[in-house]
Design a protein around this ligand. Structure first.
Ligand SMILES: NC(=O)c1ccc[n+]([C@@H]2O[C@H](COP(=O)([O-])OP(=O)(O)OC[C@H]3O[C@@H](n4cnc5c(N)ncnc54)[C@H](O)[C@@H]3O)[C@@H](O)[C@H]2O)c1
Length: 319
């Protein structure tokens, strides 16, 4: 790849990152990916591996000596690298907290040297245990106690948000924060506890679909291509700088109904099994009952609202 203006994508070998990379290359951009392949996979980037405008660097962000130059020369930075997945987070809170802060700080310092605009992918987990029917970017946040390690992911992402906005205010760094809700679609792995890929794999294999808890907890799912469209529009939107945006689907479904819909859509013979949370994760595991985004702010700034229906998403993912 020729040197010059490129877009830097951290975590670009991950599920969402790889879809974003494909889209940016299709738009004619030069793309550099930094990924340590801890949860991501080179396989996700197979389709673009030989692209002349693509470069892959396998490293942790903080371990890459040339990061300052790479960030300074970039036209834009998408920061997606993170330890993701409830199972993984419950197992290694220390890693989640230390790595996330360290990587974010390293990246922001590098970006600030040349005021390279940066977008951070945060998460709906930051809304914590809020009982509001829909979450707005201006809401107070209600995180669970530190004795429960599952909240370390929310706290680390929230710290990233605070840090990014402090750089925006004090260093005039153009940052945008995107709080992603459940994002699903082709190539997502179920290895780290993601619900839809787990259900689809079980339904295809004729094995039981394991629903954790009573299954009445509800979520909204959004197709990864819709999320990528929103991210690309935010990148181009000057009024988005210094702002936080929810990105997610708005069709709410309980996890039990989701399991039923997967079985129906894929014409599977699988049963649905309820598994108590303390068997699935750890004793005292705390889940959120509902998690639905308000997406009016996203629509107002970039004229886009995710649209793909859940049954279309299931078919696309299963295929
Ligand atoms: N998938 C979702 O539903 C969802 C929901 C909310 C937020 N998010 C956020 O979106 C982003 C992408 O998520 P994803 O689902 O694609 O996860 P993913 O695990 O597939 O992607 C994360 C990528 O980051 C890489 N990585 C992790 N730590 C790194 C480090 N220190 N240095 C370099 N690379 C590193 C991993 O190898 C992986 O390729 C994450 O920031 C995540 O928190 C995702």
């Amino acid at each position: 790849m020729k040197t010059g203006k490129h877009i830097l994508v951290t975590g670009g070998a991950g599920f969402i990152g790889a879809h974003l990379v494909e889209r940016l290359l299709k738009d004619g951009k030069g793309v550099v990916v930094i990924d340590d392949l801890s949860t991501g996979s080179w396989n996700n980037l197979r389709a673009v591996a030989q692209h002349r405008n693509f470069r892959f660097i396998q490293t942790k962000i903080s371990a890459y000596a040339e990061l300052p130059e790479l960030a300074a020369e970039a036209e834009f930075i998408f920061h997606l690298a993170a330890t993701v997945g409830v199972e993984l987070v419950v197992k290694s809170a220390l890693h989640v907290l230390e790595a996330s802060f360290n990587e974010m700080q390293t990246l922001l310092r590098a970006a600030a040297k040349n005021s390279t605009p940066l977008l951070l992918t945060s998460t709906s987990e930051v809304y914590g245990k809020s009982a509001k029917p829909e979450f707005s970017e201006e809401d107070d946040l209600l995180i669970g106690p530190p004795g429960q390690s599952r909240w370390s992911y929310a706290c680390s992402k929230l710290t990233d948000e605070f840090l990014a906005l402090a750089y925006a205010r004090e260093k005039k760094l153009p940052v945008t924060i995107a709080r992603l809700f459940n994002t699903v679609g082709p190539r997502q792995t179920g290895r780290y506890g993601m619900v839809l890929p787990r259900f689809i794999a079980a339904a295809k294999a004729g094995e039981p679909l394991k629903v954790f808890g009573d299954g009445a907890q509800s979520r909204c799912f959004c197709l990864v291509h819709d999320v990528v469209e929103a991210l690309v529009r935010l990148q181009k939107c000057s009024s988005a700088r210094g702002e936080i945006f929810n990105i997610g689907g708005t069709e709410e479904i309980s996890i039990f109904e989701l399991a039923q819909l997967v079985v129906e859509t894929l014409d599977s013979k699988s049963r649905i099994e309820l598994i108590p949370y303390d068997q699935a994760y750890a004793p005292g595991f705390d889940d959120m009952r509902r998690r639905k985004p308000l997406v009016e702010k996203l629509e107002r700034h970039v004229s886009f609202k995710p649209q793909t229906t859940l049954s279309e998403i299931i078919k696309l993912t299963a295929a």
